[in-house]
Design a protein around this ligand. Structure first.
Ligand code: MGD
Ligand code: MGD
Ligand code: MO
Length: 647
């Protein structure tokens, strides 16, 4: 084959907020990236990319990309030089710190990039302040806090350990949309004879892969888990040695048996025979639970995950190959980032879901400046209009992004940043144990800077040159120092795929748990109340990840129509598919295009997450800011709404 002289390939990795953290092979011709593909040599990526990232070049070369710093002038923005904007920012930062203390500045970062170098930018603000930061996590906070409490840590069985399972429960998970590289493993497990079960209130593509599908009431999972546990206790299927590694077995048994199977099934809106069937399948182990993140974005999210953890424990599925309850992989586990102290030293924190109202109500000192990076909080956090108001009413709002998002629209200064194909960084994954290095495939446009380059340029202006003079390579080596001599140094990563030496194959194989007592801390008190609607508003707004978009990062033209809203035909009496209607909550309304599907529950309306506010497609305009029972996760899916005619 004839290869043009100027063609080269570069290996990098996908830093987007997804469990897969794929290894990418990019082809560059004349300094332009012409192709990106999945790395065929990577055990998880297996040579293919998901729908959204395979089309990333459309974003890379989009005419909408930001290529110069922008400064607000009334309702519009004007280009400015880096010197001008950095001088203005540094003067403001020094003045706010001097006049009001560092808590008057808030640094907010979300999931735009999973790169480890982003922690170094957090460190910049910690060193300068420490400043006000967020607590919790709108994505996984409730489940994280549940597993910390129950097991003392959050990590998962090796993804290929699923090949040892006889039964696999996908407990609220749609890998076709959100984690496509889990699919080959699930298919292989199935070929080896595993039984696949999906528990999800929403009917979606993953149903076709599974042997069994149940569609419980939204938020009915705690009751369902306790019902299954009740059946295990009543039928002598509980691990007889559970007492030797679990605290509170008796209390948990009392809780599980405080209602009958029929009663638990009723709370979960299932038939008793469906629940019994599930229990029988689960007791035919080893049985793995893959706990999705959706069910913990509800008022009782932490309690729900705790009930599932306890079920896994008493069934004897902890510490055995093919078992476990895998929620998140410890993506930072292989790295040393002890330079960052985080929440422990923040002078003030705001729970992430309360970002909007939290900023508005903060006083002593008020928040005068907000720095937003790798996040689009107006679109992605609850109460979009409140978030917008909070950002627009500060003395200075700085947003770092590569596109003019709804959030950037609220800024006083917008700083243009690198895309993932221009980034220099390190990655762990939250869906498997492999590590990767990101290398810039091409140089960024002239006036575009990475988050690290931005804080590097700011550092001398605020008297912090020393800490941030190191180049990225030095930070990479420092963060990977635990992997030295363990096959996971930076040099090792440059040779090929590296599995984290810290990643367990089977979690808790010795049945020792890093809790205070060294044992599993079974829950004995669970709020099993499912999500509820009201007589006026009979549908729960369910805004989920879809394959076409990453968070709020759409491709050009993908938001031209109204947001699609899928409901059961009985829940939209008098309307037809394609009708344009209003979806209204207590908090606001948006215009949507109906899609009728008889496979859905009657108490749900399904919309894609991430629609932009300025396109009228933002689910979070309807959702109230509220935290889950623990872990400061957002309550995204408990908002009752109704369908109304347009006029
Ligand atoms: N294409 C694409 N992929 C993505 C993302 C994206 O935006 N686009 N986002 C990324 C991010 S940020 C994350 S956190 C993950 C998304 O991770 P998740 O939010 O876990 O996404 P899903 O796999 O869709 O799984 C959520 C499932 O939980 C179900 N669910 C909701 N409520 C309940 C409940 O009460 N009980 C039960 N049993 N199930 C429930 C939903 O119906 C849905 O099918 O995906 C990542 N991957
Ligand atoms: N209604 C509803 N809301 C939700 C969810 C839901 O299910 N329903 N899901 C929630 C979940 S799971 C999550 S994780 C959050 C995600 O919330 P966000 O992380 O805020 O969502 P993204 O759209 O991925 O926003 C990332 C922004 O970062 C930018 N970006 C990408 N790379 C970089 C970089 O290297 N540097 C900088 N400075 N910017 C970069 C992108 O252009 C994009 O505008 O949303 C939550 N919001
Ligand atoms: Mo997320």
């Amino acid at each position: 084959m004839n290869t043009p002289a100027t063609q080269r390939t570069v290996k990098t990795a996908c830093n987007r907020d997804c469990g897969d953290a794929c290894s990418i092979v990019a082809t560059v011709e004349d300094n332009r990236i012409t192709k990106i593909a999945g790395d065929p040599d990577h055990p998880i990526t297996k040579g293919f990319l998901c729908h959204r990232t395979s089309r990333f070049l459309e974003r890379q070369y989009s005419p909408d990309r930001l290529t110069t710093p922008l400064v607000r002038n009334g309702e519009t923005f004007e280009p400015a030089s880096w010197e001008t904007v950095l001088n203005r920012i540094s003067e403001s930062m020094l003045r706010f710190r001097e006049e009001s203390g560092p808590a008057s500045i808030m640094h907010y970062r979300c999931g735009g990039s999973m790169g480890m170098m982003k922690l170094v930018t957090d460190y910049f603000f910690e060193k300068f302040g420490p400043v006000t930061t967020k607590t919790g996590d709108v994505c996984t906070g409730a489940g994280d806090s549940a597993q910390q409490l129950d097991f003392g840590t959050v990590d998962s069985h090796d993804i290929f350990d699923l090949l040892n399972s006889k039964t696999i429960i996908l407990w609220g998970k749609n890998p076709y949309a959100s984690q496509v590289h889990l699919l080959p493993v699930l298919r292989d497990a199935k070929k080896k004879g595993a039984r696949l079960i999906l528990i999800d209130p929403v009917h979606h593509q993953t149903v076709q892969l599974c042997d069994q599908f149940v569609q419980p009431r939204p938020g009915g999972d705690a009751a369902l888990a306790l019902g299954i546990a009740c059946w295990l206790f009543e039928n002598g299927k509980v691990d007889p040695s559970a007492e030797s590694y679990c605290d509170n077995v008796d209390e948990f048994e009392s809780l599980a048996c405080s209602r009958t199977i029929e009663q638990w099934a009723d709370v979960a809106d299932m038939s008793p025979s469906q629940l019994t069937q599930l229990a029988e399948a689960y007791s035919d182990g080893p049985a793995a639970i893959i706990a999705g993140w959706g069910m913990q974005r509800r008022a009782n999210g932490a309690a729900t995950v705790r009930a599932i953890d306890a079920l896994a424990a008493v069934s004897g599925n902890l510490g055995v190959p093919g078992g476990g309850v895998s929620y998140c992989f410890a993506r930072k586990g292989a790295f040393d980032y002890s330079f960052l102290q985080g929440e422990a030293v923040s002078p003030r924190t705001i729970p992430e879901p309360m970002f909007g109202p939290g900023i508005l109500s903060a006083n002593d000192p008020p928040i005068r400046m907000v720095w937003v990076t790798a996040g689009n909080p107006v679109v992605m956090l609850p109460e979009s209009e409140t978030v917008k108001q909070a950002l627009k009413t500060r003395d200075l709002t700085v947003v770092v992004d590569s596109f003019m998002t709804d959030t950037a629209q609220c800024a006083d200064i917008v700083l243009p940043t690198t895309t993932m194909l221009e980034e220099d960084d390190l990655l762990g994954a939250y869906g498997h144990h492999w590590l990767a290095e990101m290398r810039p495939v091409v140089a960024a446009p002239k006036l575009v800077r990475s988050d690290y380059e931005i804080v590097q340029a700011l550092a001398p202006l605020v008297g912090m040159d020393a800490e941030f003079s190191d180049d990225v390579e030095a930070w990479k080596r420092r963060m990977l120092s635990p992997g030295q001599n363990k096959g996971a140094s930076l040099d090792d990563l440059r040779k090929g795929p590296v599995r984290s030496p810290a990643g367990p194959s089977v979690m808790f194989a010795d049945r020792k748990f890093p809790t205070k007592s060294g044992r599993v801390h079974l829950t004995s008190d669970v709020d099993t109340t499912p999500s509820s609607v009201t007589p006026d508003r009979p549908l729960l707004l369910t805004s989920l990840a879809t394959s076409a978009v990453q968070g709020s990062q759409w491709l050009d033209g993908a938001q031209d129509d109204h947001l699609p809203a899928t409901v059961h035909p009985d829940s939209a009496a008098g309307f037809n598919s394609d009708d344009v209607v209003k979806l209204e909550s207590e908090h606001g309304d948006i215009t949507v295009r109906l899609k009728l599907e008889a496979t859905q529950r009657r108490d749900i309306v399904l919309v894609p997450k991430g629609g932009w506010l300025n396109k009228g497609r933002c689910a979070n305009a309807l959702i109230k800011a509220q935290t889950t029972d623990a872990g400061d996760c957002a309550v995204y899916y408990d908002t009752p709404v109704r369908i109304l005619p347009l006029r």
